[in-house]
Design a protein around this ligand. Structure first.
Ligand SMILES: [Zn+2]
Length: 301
């Protein structure tokens, strides 16, 4: 297989991405397996070895509760032609729809891995592994947390920004950032951060509420101006903003020392610093999406 064949094979992966749903099971399994290739590990991995890693990755980067079905991609990825399974034939020969139970995968030591032709092509080119990893991360995660996902799975961080995989079917509005920052009068909607050095705005970003990767539009009511820190923790699901009241609600999972957590949690229960016009207020549908697909439940009291 040429490098382009391999890239095309991964680009065809079906991820059950239907509109705004976040489907991260298959992408995280593939990223995890790519990192293993990079580390020179064996092609096939026992489910018992993979399970705790996949569970952790879904808890960290998936929607709340998604780790309960962490075994699904291990079985279903083979229908994409990107995976092979080994184990007793009464399991392996089952139709794709007959997903084994967790107990079956564990006790029968079902193994999965890239098929030999993919494995060989990937093993001879760390650059190819990096390219595919980057395309998958670009397609599923916002820029603020892509490097966290890459290091989380064990792949090297990217130093330069690649072009987004989905740009061809979902074009970005280059004025989104400027419109959102103006709407919020150039300050963070959470903490009011508004530092400048001369005319240079420092550490202030336009966050998408419903991710661009999940069909969120480049529209001001789908944006909030956030400082770099609040942008990152918003995309990781440490807090969300309630529709209507615009109240900021933090997750019970965000913890830290008194000082660090205290600075962050000082905003728990406070209201978002709203944009200068009602037309720019965050729309409930986008805030609902964030609460459902990104926020780490349960919320703090
Ligand atoms: Zn802030």
């Amino acid at each position: 297989m040429t490098d382009n064949d391999v890239i095309a094979a991964f680009d065809r992966m079906r991820v059950w991405q239907q509109g705004e749903r976040r489907a991260v099971h298959k992408p995280l399994l593939v990223l995890f397996a790519l990192a293993r290739v990079n580390a020179g590990e064996t092609a096939m991995i026992d489910w018992n070895v993979a399970e705790p890693h996949l569970k952790d990755l879904l808890e960290e980067f998936g929607p709340s509760g998604s780790s309960k079905t962490c075994h699904n991609p291990f079985w279903h990825l083979k229908t994409d032609g990107l995976w092979q399974l080994q184990g007793p034939s009464e399991i392996i020969s089952r139709p794709a729809s007959a997903t084994p139970t967790l107990t079956e995968l564990r006790t029968l030591h079902i193994q999965g891995g890239f098929p030999p032709e993919l494995q060989q092509a990937l093993a001879r080119s760390p650059q190819l592994v990096a390219t595919i990893g980057r395309r998958i991360v670009d397609a599923h995660f916002p820029a603020s947390i892509r490097n966290d996902v890459l290091t989380g799975v064990g792949l090297p961080e990217e130093v330069c920004e690649g072009s987004s995989f989905r740009e061809k079917d979902h074009r970005r509005d280059p004025t989104f950032r400027e419109k959102v920052l103006l709407a919020y009068q150039y300050r963070c909607g959470i903490c009011g951060h508004d530092l400048r050095l001369g005319r240079q705005i420092i550490g202030l970003e336009a966050a998408h509420i419903q991710w661009f990767q999940a069909k969120g539009p480049d529209a001001v009511p789908n944006g909030i101006a956030l400082c770099s820190l609040h942008h990152k923790v918003f995309d990781l699901g440490a807090f969300t903003v309630l529709p209507q009241s615009f109240q900021i609600v933090f997750s019970q999972h965000l913890v830290g020392s008194d000082e660090a957590a205290g600075r962050m949690l000082a905003f728990h229960g406070a209201a978002l610093i709203l944009p200068q016009s009602r037309d720019y207020f965050p729309q409930p549908q986008f805030l609902d999406w964030h609460q459902k697909w990104v926020f780490k439940t349960p919320a703090r009291a």
